[in-house]
Design a binder for this molecule. Structure first.
Ligand code: ACO
Length: 381
Protein backbone atom coordinates (compact mmCIF):
# COMPACT_ATOMS: atom_id res chain seq x y z
CA UNK A 1 0.00 0.00 0.00
CA UNK A 2 1.38 3.43 -0.95
CA UNK A 3 1.89 5.84 1.95
CA UNK A 4 2.49 9.57 1.72
CA UNK A 5 5.87 10.62 3.18
CA UNK A 6 4.07 12.48 6.00
CA UNK A 7 2.24 9.33 6.97
CA UNK A 8 5.41 7.30 7.40
CA UNK A 9 6.67 9.31 10.36
CA UNK A 10 5.10 7.66 13.38
CA UNK A 11 4.24 9.84 16.38
CA UNK A 12 3.58 7.11 18.93
CA UNK A 13 1.25 8.42 21.63
CA UNK A 14 1.20 11.72 19.67
CA UNK A 15 4.18 12.67 21.85
CA UNK A 16 5.50 16.08 20.89
CA UNK A 17 2.79 16.63 18.26
CA UNK A 18 1.03 20.02 18.29
CA UNK A 19 -2.46 19.37 16.93
CA UNK A 20 -4.14 22.75 17.36
CA UNK A 21 -4.00 26.10 19.12
CA UNK A 22 -5.86 26.85 22.35
CA UNK A 23 -6.60 29.98 24.36
CA UNK A 24 -7.81 28.13 27.45
CA UNK A 25 -4.63 27.16 29.28
CA UNK A 26 -0.89 27.21 28.81
CA UNK A 27 1.28 24.45 30.20
CA UNK A 28 4.92 25.48 30.21
CA UNK A 29 7.12 22.54 31.09
CA UNK A 30 10.35 24.59 31.02
CA UNK A 31 9.21 27.01 33.71
CA UNK A 32 6.84 24.55 35.44
CA UNK A 33 4.00 26.98 35.01
CA UNK A 34 0.33 26.58 34.26
CA UNK A 35 -1.88 29.49 33.25
CA UNK A 36 -5.67 29.43 32.90
CA UNK A 37 -6.65 32.18 30.44
CA UNK A 38 -3.37 33.88 31.35
CA UNK A 39 -3.69 33.65 35.15
CA UNK A 40 -1.20 31.50 37.11
CA UNK A 41 -3.14 28.59 38.59
CA UNK A 42 -1.45 29.15 41.96
CA UNK A 43 -2.95 32.64 42.18
CA UNK A 44 -6.37 31.37 41.19
CA UNK A 45 -6.14 28.64 43.86
CA UNK A 46 -5.14 31.21 46.50
CA UNK A 47 -7.67 33.89 45.66
CA UNK A 48 -10.68 32.44 43.84
CA UNK A 49 -13.59 30.10 44.32
CA UNK A 50 -14.01 27.17 41.96
CA UNK A 51 -17.14 28.89 40.64
CA UNK A 52 -15.03 31.91 39.58
CA UNK A 53 -12.55 29.62 37.84
CA UNK A 54 -15.32 27.74 36.00
CA UNK A 55 -16.67 31.09 34.80
CA UNK A 56 -13.16 32.11 33.72
CA UNK A 57 -12.55 28.93 31.74
CA UNK A 58 -15.85 29.22 29.89
CA UNK A 59 -15.94 32.98 29.32
CA UNK A 60 -12.28 33.95 29.11
CA UNK A 61 -12.48 36.53 31.92
CA UNK A 62 -13.02 36.40 35.68
CA UNK A 63 -16.59 37.40 36.56
CA UNK A 64 -17.47 40.82 37.97
CA UNK A 65 -19.33 40.79 41.30
CA UNK A 66 -22.70 40.92 39.51
CA UNK A 67 -21.75 38.26 37.00
CA UNK A 68 -20.55 35.99 39.83
CA UNK A 69 -23.75 36.48 41.83
CA UNK A 70 -25.82 35.56 38.78
CA UNK A 71 -23.59 32.56 37.95
CA UNK A 72 -23.70 31.28 41.53
CA UNK A 73 -27.46 31.57 41.77
CA UNK A 74 -27.88 29.62 38.51
CA UNK A 75 -25.43 26.95 39.68
CA UNK A 76 -27.15 26.62 43.07
CA UNK A 77 -30.57 26.27 41.43
CA UNK A 78 -29.28 23.45 39.26
CA UNK A 79 -27.80 21.09 41.85
CA UNK A 80 -30.56 18.49 42.19
CA UNK A 81 -30.36 15.09 40.50
CA UNK A 82 -33.11 14.18 38.06
CA UNK A 83 -35.17 11.18 39.16
CA UNK A 84 -34.15 9.09 36.18
CA UNK A 85 -30.44 9.79 36.82
CA UNK A 86 -30.91 8.47 40.36
CA UNK A 87 -32.84 5.50 38.96
CA UNK A 88 -30.06 4.78 36.44
CA UNK A 89 -27.44 4.90 39.19
CA UNK A 90 -29.55 2.60 41.35
CA UNK A 91 -29.72 0.08 38.52
CA UNK A 92 -25.94 -0.30 38.61
CA UNK A 93 -24.37 -2.63 41.18
CA UNK A 94 -22.35 -1.14 44.04
CA UNK A 95 -19.53 -3.35 42.80
CA UNK A 96 -19.33 -1.13 39.68
CA UNK A 97 -16.50 1.38 39.70
CA UNK A 98 -17.77 4.87 40.62
CA UNK A 99 -16.32 6.12 37.31
CA UNK A 100 -18.84 3.84 35.56
CA UNK A 101 -21.54 5.60 37.60
CA UNK A 102 -20.30 9.06 36.52
CA UNK A 103 -20.06 7.98 32.88
CA UNK A 104 -23.60 6.59 32.93
CA UNK A 105 -24.99 9.62 34.77
CA UNK A 106 -23.42 12.02 32.24
CA UNK A 107 -24.95 10.03 29.43
CA UNK A 108 -28.43 10.02 31.02
CA UNK A 109 -28.17 13.76 31.70
CA UNK A 110 -27.47 14.23 28.01
CA UNK A 111 -30.46 12.15 26.98
CA UNK A 112 -32.63 14.21 29.36
CA UNK A 113 -31.45 17.59 28.20
CA UNK A 114 -33.92 19.63 26.13
CA UNK A 115 -30.95 21.25 24.33
CA UNK A 116 -29.19 17.92 23.77
CA UNK A 117 -28.83 18.35 20.00
CA UNK A 118 -28.26 22.11 20.06
CA UNK A 119 -24.52 22.83 19.84
CA UNK A 120 -24.74 26.62 19.73
CA UNK A 121 -22.41 28.43 22.16
CA UNK A 122 -25.40 29.51 24.24
CA UNK A 123 -26.80 25.97 24.50
CA UNK A 124 -23.37 24.52 25.26
CA UNK A 125 -22.79 27.05 28.05
CA UNK A 126 -26.13 26.07 29.57
CA UNK A 127 -25.38 22.35 29.27
CA UNK A 128 -21.91 22.86 30.76
CA UNK A 129 -23.36 24.69 33.76
CA UNK A 130 -26.00 21.99 34.24
CA UNK A 131 -23.37 19.23 34.25
CA UNK A 132 -21.05 21.21 36.51
CA UNK A 133 -23.87 21.86 39.00
CA UNK A 134 -25.26 18.31 39.08
CA UNK A 135 -22.12 16.13 38.98
CA UNK A 136 -21.36 16.66 42.71
CA UNK A 137 -24.81 15.24 43.49
CA UNK A 138 -23.98 12.13 41.42
CA UNK A 139 -20.68 11.60 43.24
CA UNK A 140 -22.16 12.29 46.70
CA UNK A 141 -25.19 10.10 46.00
CA UNK A 142 -22.98 7.21 44.90
CA UNK A 143 -20.58 7.58 47.84
CA UNK A 144 -23.50 7.44 50.30
CA UNK A 145 -25.20 4.59 48.42
CA UNK A 146 -22.01 2.52 48.80
CA UNK A 147 -22.13 3.13 52.54
CA UNK A 148 -25.83 2.25 52.77
CA UNK A 149 -26.72 5.86 53.64
CA UNK A 150 -29.65 8.01 52.52
CA UNK A 151 -28.95 10.77 50.00
CA UNK A 152 -28.53 14.28 51.40
CA UNK A 153 -30.26 17.01 49.37
CA UNK A 154 -28.17 19.93 48.11
CA UNK A 155 -28.13 23.21 50.06
CA UNK A 156 -28.35 26.47 48.15
CA UNK A 157 -26.78 28.54 50.93
CA UNK A 158 -23.37 26.85 50.54
CA UNK A 159 -20.59 27.31 47.98
CA UNK A 160 -19.95 24.60 45.40
CA UNK A 161 -17.19 23.02 47.51
CA UNK A 162 -18.98 23.33 50.87
CA UNK A 163 -22.15 21.86 49.40
CA UNK A 164 -20.23 19.00 47.73
CA UNK A 165 -18.75 17.98 51.09
CA UNK A 166 -22.08 18.50 52.86
CA UNK A 167 -23.97 16.27 50.41
CA UNK A 168 -21.28 13.59 50.71
CA UNK A 169 -20.84 13.48 54.48
CA UNK A 170 -24.16 14.87 55.74
CA UNK A 171 -22.57 17.63 57.81
CA UNK A 172 -20.90 20.95 57.13
CA UNK A 173 -17.15 20.62 56.70
CA UNK A 174 -14.68 22.82 58.60
CA UNK A 175 -13.67 25.93 56.61
CA UNK A 176 -10.07 24.68 56.15
CA UNK A 177 -11.39 21.43 54.66
CA UNK A 178 -13.64 23.38 52.27
CA UNK A 179 -10.61 25.50 51.29
CA UNK A 180 -8.44 22.47 50.56
CA UNK A 181 -11.23 20.90 48.51
CA UNK A 182 -11.72 24.16 46.59
CA UNK A 183 -7.97 24.26 45.82
CA UNK A 184 -8.06 20.68 44.52
CA UNK A 185 -11.03 21.46 42.25
CA UNK A 186 -9.22 24.48 40.79
CA UNK A 187 -5.98 22.56 40.20
CA UNK A 188 -7.77 19.66 38.51
CA UNK A 189 -9.94 21.90 36.29
CA UNK A 190 -7.85 22.25 33.16
CA UNK A 191 -4.59 21.08 31.59
CA UNK A 192 -4.55 21.69 27.83
CA UNK A 193 -4.59 18.68 25.46
CA UNK A 194 -4.35 15.85 28.01
CA UNK A 195 -5.82 12.45 27.05
CA UNK A 196 -9.38 13.03 28.29
CA UNK A 197 -9.62 16.58 26.92
CA UNK A 198 -8.29 15.41 23.59
CA UNK A 199 -10.91 12.63 23.65
CA UNK A 200 -13.60 15.28 24.20
CA UNK A 201 -12.22 17.31 21.29
CA UNK A 202 -12.09 14.25 19.00
CA UNK A 203 -15.72 13.41 19.75
CA UNK A 204 -16.75 17.05 19.33
CA UNK A 205 -14.92 17.23 16.00
CA UNK A 206 -17.47 14.77 14.57
CA UNK A 207 -20.17 17.29 15.59
CA UNK A 208 -21.54 14.93 18.23
CA UNK A 209 -23.23 16.67 21.19
CA UNK A 210 -21.53 17.98 24.33
CA UNK A 211 -22.73 15.20 26.63
CA UNK A 212 -21.37 12.53 24.26
CA UNK A 213 -17.98 14.25 24.38
CA UNK A 214 -18.03 14.49 28.19
CA UNK A 215 -19.12 10.86 28.51
CA UNK A 216 -16.18 9.75 26.35
CA UNK A 217 -13.81 12.00 28.28
CA UNK A 218 -14.90 10.34 31.54
CA UNK A 219 -13.96 6.99 30.02
CA UNK A 220 -10.51 8.31 29.08
CA UNK A 221 -9.97 9.79 32.53
CA UNK A 222 -10.71 6.47 34.24
CA UNK A 223 -7.41 4.88 33.22
CA UNK A 224 -4.59 4.68 35.79
CA UNK A 225 -2.13 6.41 33.45
CA UNK A 226 -4.41 9.47 33.64
CA UNK A 227 -7.01 10.34 36.32
CA UNK A 228 -7.14 6.88 37.82
CA UNK A 229 -3.69 7.53 39.29
CA UNK A 230 -5.06 9.47 42.29
CA UNK A 231 -6.80 6.38 43.64
CA UNK A 232 -3.85 4.18 42.68
CA UNK A 233 -1.63 6.35 44.94
CA UNK A 234 -3.75 5.36 47.92
CA UNK A 235 -3.51 1.68 46.98
CA UNK A 236 0.28 2.09 46.90
CA UNK A 237 0.24 3.61 50.38
CA UNK A 238 -1.94 0.76 51.65
CA UNK A 239 0.42 -1.82 50.11
CA UNK A 240 3.43 -0.19 51.77
CA UNK A 241 1.70 -0.11 55.16
CA UNK A 242 0.65 -3.75 54.77
CA UNK A 243 4.17 -4.75 53.76
CA UNK A 244 5.55 -3.02 56.88
CA UNK A 245 3.29 -5.28 58.94
CA UNK A 246 3.60 -3.10 62.03
CA UNK A 247 7.34 -2.47 61.57
CA UNK A 248 8.99 0.75 60.48
CA UNK A 249 7.05 2.10 57.47
CA UNK A 250 10.04 4.20 56.33
CA UNK A 251 12.10 1.00 55.83
CA UNK A 252 9.18 -0.66 54.10
CA UNK A 253 8.97 2.21 51.57
CA UNK A 254 12.41 1.51 50.19
CA UNK A 255 11.94 -2.26 49.99
CA UNK A 256 8.53 -1.85 48.37
CA UNK A 257 9.87 0.62 45.81
CA UNK A 258 12.94 -1.48 44.96
CA UNK A 259 10.70 -4.50 44.37
CA UNK A 260 8.18 -2.51 42.31
CA UNK A 261 10.88 -0.98 40.12
CA UNK A 262 12.60 -4.35 39.71
CA UNK A 263 9.22 -5.66 38.47
CA UNK A 264 9.15 -2.72 36.00
CA UNK A 265 6.02 -1.32 37.62
CA UNK A 266 4.98 2.28 37.06
CA UNK A 267 4.73 4.10 40.37
CA UNK A 268 1.39 5.84 40.34
CA UNK A 269 1.35 9.56 41.05
CA UNK A 270 4.84 10.05 39.57
CA UNK A 271 5.92 11.23 36.15
CA UNK A 272 4.16 13.26 33.50
CA UNK A 273 4.11 13.36 29.72
CA UNK A 274 4.73 17.11 29.60
CA UNK A 275 6.42 18.07 32.88
CA UNK A 276 9.74 16.36 33.23
CA UNK A 277 11.02 18.51 36.13
CA UNK A 278 7.97 18.47 38.37
CA UNK A 279 4.30 19.26 37.99
CA UNK A 280 3.46 22.96 38.45
CA UNK A 281 0.35 22.08 40.49
CA UNK A 282 2.08 19.91 43.08
CA UNK A 283 3.43 22.57 45.51
CA UNK A 284 -0.04 24.14 45.89
CA UNK A 285 -1.76 20.78 46.32
CA UNK A 286 0.95 19.58 48.70
CA UNK A 287 0.39 22.68 50.87
CA UNK A 288 -3.34 21.87 50.95
CA UNK A 289 -2.52 18.26 51.84
CA UNK A 290 -0.22 19.40 54.67
CA UNK A 291 -3.08 21.44 56.11
CA UNK A 292 -5.28 18.34 56.03
CA UNK A 293 -2.54 16.21 57.62
CA UNK A 294 -2.49 18.75 60.48
CA UNK A 295 -6.29 19.13 60.62
CA UNK A 296 -6.88 15.38 60.89
CA UNK A 297 -3.71 14.83 62.94
CA UNK A 298 -2.23 12.22 60.59
CA UNK A 299 1.52 12.94 60.54
CA UNK A 300 2.08 9.29 59.60
CA UNK A 301 0.51 9.92 56.19
CA UNK A 302 2.69 13.02 55.71
CA UNK A 303 5.77 10.91 56.52
CA UNK A 304 4.78 8.18 54.11
CA UNK A 305 4.26 10.80 51.38
CA UNK A 306 7.72 12.25 51.99
CA UNK A 307 9.33 8.81 52.24
CA UNK A 308 8.06 7.57 48.89
CA UNK A 309 8.79 10.87 47.17
CA UNK A 310 12.39 10.91 48.34
CA UNK A 311 12.91 7.19 47.58
CA UNK A 312 11.53 7.77 44.07
CA UNK A 313 13.77 10.81 43.55
CA UNK A 314 16.79 8.79 44.63
CA UNK A 315 15.91 5.75 42.55
CA UNK A 316 14.65 7.36 39.31
CA UNK A 317 14.64 11.13 39.76
CA UNK A 318 10.99 11.15 38.68
CA UNK A 319 8.85 13.79 40.37
CA UNK A 320 5.27 13.57 41.71
CA UNK A 321 2.32 14.75 39.64
CA UNK A 322 -0.89 16.34 40.95
CA UNK A 323 -2.46 12.96 41.75
CA UNK A 324 0.23 12.23 44.35
CA UNK A 325 -0.83 14.86 46.93
CA UNK A 326 -4.49 14.84 45.82
CA UNK A 327 -5.06 11.15 46.66
CA UNK A 328 -4.06 11.37 50.36
CA UNK A 329 -5.93 14.68 50.69
CA UNK A 330 -9.21 13.11 49.56
CA UNK A 331 -8.51 10.10 51.80
CA UNK A 332 -8.09 12.37 54.82
CA UNK A 333 -11.35 14.16 54.00
CA UNK A 334 -13.13 10.82 54.25
CA UNK A 335 -13.80 9.85 50.62
CA UNK A 336 -13.53 6.16 49.71
CA UNK A 337 -10.50 5.57 47.50
CA UNK A 338 -12.60 4.64 44.47
CA UNK A 339 -14.33 8.04 44.65
CA UNK A 340 -11.15 10.03 43.99
CA UNK A 341 -11.27 9.94 40.17
CA UNK A 342 -14.96 10.98 40.14
CA UNK A 343 -13.85 14.07 42.10
CA UNK A 344 -11.43 14.76 39.25
CA UNK A 345 -14.39 14.38 36.84
CA UNK A 346 -16.46 16.92 38.76
CA UNK A 347 -13.63 19.41 38.40
CA UNK A 348 -12.44 18.64 34.85
CA UNK A 349 -15.97 19.01 33.43
CA UNK A 350 -15.10 22.71 33.33
CA UNK A 351 -11.96 22.24 31.21
CA UNK A 352 -13.54 19.60 28.95
CA UNK A 353 -16.54 21.75 28.16
CA UNK A 354 -14.38 24.86 27.58
CA UNK A 355 -12.43 22.80 25.02
CA UNK A 356 -15.61 21.44 23.43
CA UNK A 357 -16.78 25.02 22.84
CA UNK A 358 -13.37 26.08 21.56
CA UNK A 359 -13.18 23.09 19.18
CA UNK A 360 -16.54 24.07 17.68
CA UNK A 361 -15.39 27.64 17.04
CA UNK A 362 -12.96 26.40 14.35
CA UNK A 363 -13.82 22.77 13.87
CA UNK A 364 -11.95 20.32 11.72
CA UNK A 365 -12.64 16.58 11.91
CA UNK A 366 -9.80 14.96 13.88
CA UNK A 367 -8.78 11.96 11.83
CA UNK A 368 -5.08 10.99 11.78
CA UNK A 369 -3.47 8.44 9.49
CA UNK A 370 -1.88 5.10 10.27
CA UNK A 371 0.86 3.10 8.58
CA UNK A 372 -0.38 -0.37 7.60
CA UNK A 373 2.02 -3.14 8.58
CA UNK A 374 -0.24 -6.20 8.32
CA UNK A 375 -0.11 -9.02 5.74
CA UNK A 376 0.15 -8.14 2.03
CA UNK A 377 -2.93 -8.26 -0.17
CA UNK A 378 -4.16 -11.85 -0.69
CA UNK A 379 -7.17 -13.59 -2.21
CA UNK A 380 -9.97 -15.38 -0.37
CA UNK A 381 -9.56 -19.10 -1.32
N1 ACO B 1 7.16 4.97 37.60
C1 ACO B 1 8.27 4.33 37.14
N2 ACO B 1 8.88 4.68 36.01
C2 ACO B 1 8.37 5.72 35.33
C3 ACO B 1 7.24 6.40 35.75
C4 ACO B 1 6.62 6.01 36.94
N3 ACO B 1 5.54 6.62 37.40
N4 ACO B 1 6.95 7.37 34.87
C5 ACO B 1 7.88 7.29 33.92
N5 ACO B 1 8.74 6.29 34.19
C6 ACO B 1 9.89 5.88 33.39
C7 ACO B 1 9.46 4.90 32.32
O1 ACO B 1 9.51 3.56 32.77
C8 ACO B 1 10.46 5.19 31.25
O2 ACO B 1 11.68 4.59 31.59
P1 ACO B 1 12.59 3.91 30.46
O3 ACO B 1 12.95 5.03 29.53
O4 ACO B 1 13.71 3.35 31.24
O5 ACO B 1 11.70 2.88 29.80
C9 ACO B 1 10.66 6.69 31.33
O6 ACO B 1 10.38 7.03 32.71
C10 ACO B 1 9.72 7.48 30.44
O7 ACO B 1 8.38 7.11 30.76
P2 ACO B 1 7.20 7.04 29.74
O8 ACO B 1 6.13 6.17 30.30
O9 ACO B 1 7.70 6.72 28.38
O10 ACO B 1 6.74 8.52 29.75
P3 ACO B 1 5.37 9.03 29.25
O11 ACO B 1 5.54 10.46 28.98
O12 ACO B 1 4.81 8.19 28.17
O13 ACO B 1 4.46 8.75 30.55
C11 ACO B 1 3.02 8.88 32.35
C12 ACO B 1 3.85 9.68 31.33
C13 ACO B 1 2.05 7.94 31.58
C14 ACO B 1 2.21 9.86 33.20
C15 ACO B 1 3.97 8.04 33.22
O14 ACO B 1 4.86 8.88 33.89
C16 ACO B 1 3.22 7.16 34.20
O15 ACO B 1 2.78 6.05 33.83
N6 ACO B 1 3.03 7.63 35.47
C17 ACO B 1 2.23 6.90 36.43
C18 ACO B 1 0.75 7.17 36.22
C19 ACO B 1 0.34 8.54 36.70
O16 ACO B 1 0.71 8.97 37.78
N7 ACO B 1 -0.52 9.21 35.90
C20 ACO B 1 -1.04 10.53 36.24
C21 ACO B 1 -0.68 11.53 35.18
S1 ACO B 1 -0.99 13.20 35.71
C22 ACO B 1 -2.64 13.37 35.76
O17 ACO B 1 -3.43 12.68 35.14
C23 ACO B 1 -3.14 14.47 36.71
Amino acid sequence: MTQTPEATKIHKGLAGVVVDTTRISQVNADTNSLLYRGYPVQQLAAKCSFEQVAYLLWNGELPTADELADFESRERADRALADNVKAAVDLLPVSAHPMDICRTAASVMGANHPLSEDSSKEANLKKSLDLFAAMPAVVAYDQRRRRGLEAVPARDDLSYSANFLYMTFGEEAAPEVVDAFNVSMILYAEHSFNASTFTARVITSTLADLHSAVTGAIGALKGPLHGGANEAVMHTFEEIIRAADGDDVARSVKTWLDDALADKKKIMGFGHRVYKNGDSRVPTMKAAMDKMVAHYNRPDLGELYKGLESAMTQAKNIKPNLDYPAGPTYHLMGFDTQMFTPLFVASRITGWTAHIMEQLEANSLIRPLSLYDGVDERQVP
